[in-house]
Each structure stands twice: as structure tokens, then as C-alpha cells.
Design a protein around this ligand. Structure first.
Ligand code: 4GX
Length: 254
């Protein structure tokens, strides 16, 4: 998969792509991620990438010319992009489904905005997908772009070794993950749950299924509408619902 990132802070983006799973995927040649300095596509003496907003107001706006030149140059080198992504709080929420789709979309261009935003002609003529990583305002699109690239790259076949560890992802399964433990069996008086030490795989899977449902019920009840549950997971959910009904009856005093 081919990805190009356009940014005014290439060192910041490159640093994060030079560690861990993404770095390994790059050196093994499974993904080809290149970071482009937007200032390399300017033509003026000051290498300007921003200007004052038409209509007035605070802050600066990213100029269209360097972004158009950058996208044109990247397209000439790497082929017509299958998607041009802009990171912005105005975008649709980035989810696992979007990550999965983008992992099958190549070549990909990701634009990191700074300042108050970018000239709308870039958005309307070049950008195919406006994405937001959440409802908070950051100082730029670099961290969001890194979030997207990290989530996308690990879904590219051959990047995460064990296919099971991707298919078992909580947002693939529609449930939160169960708790994890490693040695020692007791740490500062805190034990690992008995069942996990038993070596009884049937019981271990049952315990984990129950924990996934219990956690999702407590922390993310919104996820339980539409989750495809195993028999054990469904049993646990029914039990939790029944408990809630009983509690309600007690509170009502009837
Ligand atoms: N999820 N920001 C982008 C500048 C900007 C504004 C508008 C283009 C259009 C963000 C987020 C985010 C802050 C990145 C403003 N660029 N991006 N930046 N949340 O807050 O993606």
C-alpha cells in the first residue's frame, strides 16, 4: 500500500512512523509511506503556506497553490490517488470501518491542515474524504493523520503477524476486550483469576466471553445494539438484563 502525507511538520510525522509496527511494515516493504514537506511545493522566496482569510477574522488559512502543486506532483510520481483524505474536526468520525476501507485504498494521500483551516477550493476540488478523530480541537492535522495511518496500516495483510489478533479486535467483534493477565500469578497481593490458571480452555473462553459482555454493558452499552454475540456472550447479556429488571422491581417496591 502506498501512502503520502502532506504536512508543514515532516519531522514530527516521520518520527512517529519510524517506531513499532508501522516502521517494521515500511522496512519490510509491505507499505510505502512517504512524508512530504508542503513548503517544498511553494514558489515564493518565503515559502509561504498560509495567508489572511478573505472576509477578515482571526487566524490564517492554508493557501491553495502549494497543496494543489503537492497533490499534482505526488499523483505524477505515484499514480492517481484512490483517495485524498483531509484531517479536520468538520469531517466524518474515523471508525474501524473507515480504517478497513482505507486499508484497501491505494495510493492514498493524507493532508494535515494547520491554522484555522484550508482554502475551501482544496476541499472541494481535491479532497475525497474529510475525517475527524473525535470531538476536540487540536493544533493541527498531524496527530490525527498518524492515528489514521496507524489504524489503517495494521489492517494491511501481512503487517500484523497473527491474522487472529486483527480479527479478534474489539471493534471487529463489536464488543470490548476481556481483561488480560501475565505472570506472576500473584503480584502485591493481587491474584490472577483462578479460571485463567486452570488450563481448562473451555472454561477460560467462557470466562473471557462473560468479561467482554460485562465490560461492554458497563462501559459501552451503545455497542450492544447490533453486536453479533456467541451463545456464551448472549447468555451473559441475558443474565445482566435480568439482573437489571430485578433491581428495578426492588427500587419500585413492588
Ligand atoms: N480530527 N484539527 C486540523 C486545522 C484545520 C481546520 C479545518 C483543515 C480544516 C482534528 C480532529 C483537529 C484541528 C486538525 C484543526 N485543517 N483533525 N486543524 N479533531 O482538531 O481531525
Amino acid at each position: 500500500m502506498v501512502v503520502d502525507v502532506i504536512t508543514i511538520f515532516p519531522a514530527m510525522v516521520e518520527a512517529a512512523l519510524t517506531e513499532g509496527v508501522v516502521a517494521r511494515a515500511r522496512s519490510s516493504g509491505v507499505v510505502d509511506v512517504r512524508v512530504r514537506d508542503l513548503r517544498d511545493f511553494t514558489t515564493d522566496r518565503h515559502r509561504s503556506v498560509d495567508d489572511v482569510p478573505y472576509g477578515g477574522g482571526p487566524g490564517m488559512v492554508m493557501k491553495p497553490e502549494p497543496l494543489f502543486r503537492a497533490v499534482d506532483a505526488i499523483a505524477a510520481e505515484r499514480g492517481q490517488p484512490a483517495a485524498v483524505v483531509l484531517m479536520t474536526p468538520q469531517g466524518r468520525r474515523f471508525t474501524h470501518e473507515t480504517a478497513a476501507r482505507l486499508s484497501r485504498t491505494s495510493p492514498l494521500i493524507v493532508i494535515c491542515g494547520r491554522y484555522e483551516g484550508i482554502d475551501e477550493r482544496v476541499t472541494s476540488a481535491l479532497v475525497t474524504d474529510e475525517l475527524s478523530i473525535g470531538d476536540y480541537v487540536l493544533t493541527g492535522g498531524e496527530l490525527p493523520a498518524l492515528v489514521v495511518i496507524d489504524a489503517v496500516v495494521r489492517l494491511v495483510p501481512g503487517v500484523v503477524g497473527d491474522a487472529e489478533s486483527v480479527e479478534g479486535d474489539s471493534f471487529v467483534r463489536g464488543l470490548l476486550d476481556h481483561p488480560h493477565y501475565t505472570r506472576p500469578a500473584e503480584f502485591r497481593g493481587l491474584p490472577v483469576p483462578e479460571t485463567l490458571l486452570s488450563g481448562h480452555h473451555g472454561e477460560i473462553e467462557k470466562w473471557r466471553a462473560r468479561e467482554r459482555v460485562r465490560r461492554t454493558w458497563e462501559r459501552r452499552p451503545d455497542m450492544l445494539t447490533g453486536a453479533a454475540l456467541t451463545a456464551e456472550e448472549q447468555r451473559t447479556l441475558n443474565e445482566l438484563k435480568l439482573n437489571e429488571l430485578k433491581l428495578d422491581e426492588l427500587k419500585d417496591g413492588d
